[in-house]
Each structure stands twice: as C-alpha cells, then as structure tokens.
Design a binder for this molecule. Structure first.
Ligand code: ADP
Ligand code: TRP
Length: 323
C-alpha cells in the first residue's frame, strides 16, 4: 500500500504529534511504500519569517529521522521540493465548491485564534488534497483533527474524476488511518495538546523541562486516599500512553481503590517520558552533528517524490486538457 502523510513545520513537535501521527508513520514504513513530508507550503499560512521556516523545516526532518523514520524505507521529503504540488492544487481548486471550504472547522478555528482570514488559509484543504492525490496514496495516517480534510480530499478526487475523468479514475481515493486510542492526546490543561494552546510537552524537551511541565498537568483536588476515576483524568490518559502494561494495571487499580496521589503519577509519568525518548535524543544529537547527512536524505527523497508526482500530475493535466 502507498502511505502518505505530512506534518507542518510550525514549531517543535510535541507528544500529541508523536502519538497521533509520527508513531503511525514509523509503524507503517515497515511493510508499505511510505511517503512522508514536511509541509512547508502549509506552514506559510502561519510562519512569516523565512529563516525561522527554514529552521523549523530542518528541525522536523531531524525529529522524524531521530524517532526512527528510516530514509532507506520511507521517502522523507520537503513539500516545496516538489513544486508540482502547487500546480495540482490549482487544477483541483477549479472543481472545489466554495461551500466545502466554508464548512471547514480548521479554518474557522484558526481565524478565531487570531490568524488573518487569508485565502491561503481558506484554500489550505485543497493544497492538502493535492499533497495526497499527487502520490496515489491509499492510506493517510493522521490525528482525529484531520478527518475532515481527508473527507474533503476524497470529495475533491471524486468530483475531479467525474468532471474530467469521464467515468475513468484519474485519482485514487485515499482513506484516513486514525487510531482511536490516541486520536486526541490531552495537553497540560486537559484540552487537546496543541501548539496553538501553549499546553504542549515537546518530544525533545530537556528532561528538566519535561519534569517541570508534567508537574503543571491539571488534576482535580481528590485526596490521596479517595478513589479516583481514571477515565476522566487527563494525567492518567497521558500515563497510559507511556506506561508498561503491568505498571498501568497497578496504577489503574490504585486509582479505583484510592491510595495513589497525583504527585506520584506525575513523577512516574515524567520518568517514563524521559526514558521513552532517550534513544531518540541520542540519535538526534548524532543527526545534528551531521547536518550534511540530513540534506542528503532530503535531496534523494525529493528526486524520488518528484518522479512519482510528475506521473500523476501528467495524468491530471491530460484529463483536463492543459499542456
Ligand atoms: P498542532 O495542533 O500542535 O498545531 P498539527 O496540527 O501540526 O498540531 O498536527 C500534526 C499532526 O499531529 C496531525 O496529524 C494531527 O492530527 C496530529 N496531532 C496534533 N495534536 C494532536 C493531539 N493532541 N492528539 C493526537 N494527534 C494530534
Ligand atoms: N494539515 C496537516 C496538519 O495540520 C498537515 C498536512 C498537510 C497533511 N498536508 C498533508 C497531513 C497531507 C496528511 C496528508 O497536521
């Protein structure tokens, strides 16, 4: 199967990105033909400093590589290294009804958060559809918040096939891959962990910073001895993502019976987080010491990605009669 997904370089990646997206990227690279990219064209809707965008783009590449994305198995590229993307986005935009974009919650959310209501933000889902359709993707691993964008992608593909394909399939219809257990990772304040809420723990935060942030996770005021409901506690939810099964069973039992304090859970969570990412932290230091190697990965992947993209773009151009 062809797997494809992207992640925006709009800041350091956090553990919501890890469980919602990156971990699936790594799992799926083994038995599939995987394409992953750094969505720098998309990030332009929020990052407005060229040097900063370049630095974030590099950082996201390094983060993916450090976490175990294997450049010999997966094609790990940068979106703007394949300018065919923007051409396809235009072709798709000609068959995209305004109403579909108007109902997109991510646009409304971002404008509410203070981003200006620019056309790029409005047309963001069309560019995302181009990313996906350009590589004949079968499966797109993402977190829950991207579900609507995947639906629009399918709708646009179907409409293009209908309008220009004359019944023939120009684009393959992709499916989302969303793991329910990690669909929404909570942040320090209990809302969805997100850069835009300032409630994140970054994957590569220093151990001392991880400990400090974990202490800030919001809990209720149930005393140590009292029974607690693990299902409604975001600290427990985070702990569940990191704990070994026997440790989790013990903590769950003590929640339900009473006798465990949130302070203890926080200490164990911070330790588990630090331990989980320790090997990746070492690999990261290694990649950072050899930036030339990251550039080599990027260049080789761009070439592979572009060859695939070219074939699909030509198919789309022929179908609609340009060129
Ligand atoms: P942010 O909300 O921090 O800006 P992005 O929108 O850049 O994160 O998300 C990149 C990827 O990580 C997407 O696939 C998204 O669904 C996933 N993701 C982001 N935050 C979470 C979260 N809290 N829980 C699960 N998945 C998430
Ligand atoms: N919109 C996605 C996000 O904010 C990033 C993205 C861009 C993407 N293009 C994509 C994800 C294509 C999957 C497939 O997380």
């Amino acid at each position: 199967m062809r797997i494809l997904s992207g992640i925006q370089p709009s800041g350091a990646l956090h553990i919501g990105n890890y469980f919602g997206a990156l971990r699936q990227f790594i799992d799926l690279q083994r038995e599939n033909d995987a394409y992953y990219f750094v969505a720098d064209y998309h990030a332009l809707t929020s990052v407005r400093d060229a040097d900063q965008l370049r630095a974030y783009t590099f950082d996201v590449m390094v983060t993916m590589l450090s976490l175990g994305l294997d450049p010999d198995r997966a094609t790990l590229f940068v979106q703007s290294d394949v300018p065919e993307t923007t051409e396809l986005a235009w072709l798709l935009t000609t068959v995209t009804p305004m109403g579909w974009l108007q109902k997109c919650v991510s646009y409304k959310d971002k404008v509410e958060q203070g981003l200006s209501a620019e056309h790029g933000l409005f047309a963001y889902p069309v560019l995302q559809a181009a990313d996906i359709l350009l590589y004949d993707a079968d499966l797109v691993p993402v977190g829950q918040d991207q579900k609507q964008h995947l639906e629009i992608t399918r709708d646009i593909a179907e409409r293009f096939n209908q309008v220009f394909g004359g019944g023939k399939e120009v684009f393959r219809l992709p499916k989302p891959h969303i793991l329910e257990s990690v669909a929404v990772v909570p942040g320090l304040d209990g809302r969805k962990m997100s850069k835009s809420y300032g409630n994140t723990i970054e994957i590569f935060d220093e151990p001392a910073a991880i400990k400090k942030k974990v202490k800030r996770i919001v809990t209720d005021s149930t005393p140590v001895e009292a029974p607690k409901n693990p299902e409604t506690d975001s600290l427990y939810h985070l702990f569940k993502l990191f704990a070994a099964p026997d440790e989790l069973a013990e903590v769950e039992r003590r929640y339900r019976e009473g006798g465990i304090g949130y302070g203890e859970v926080k200490t164990r969570l911070a330790d588990a987080m630090i331990a989980r990412f320790a090997p990746a932290r070492e690999r990261r230091a290694e990649w950072l010491a050899h930036p030339g190697r990251v550039e080599e990965v990027r260049a080789a992947a761009a070439e592979r990605a572009r060859a695939t993209a070219r074939r699909v773009l030509d198919r789309a151009r022929r179908a609609c009669g340009v060129g």
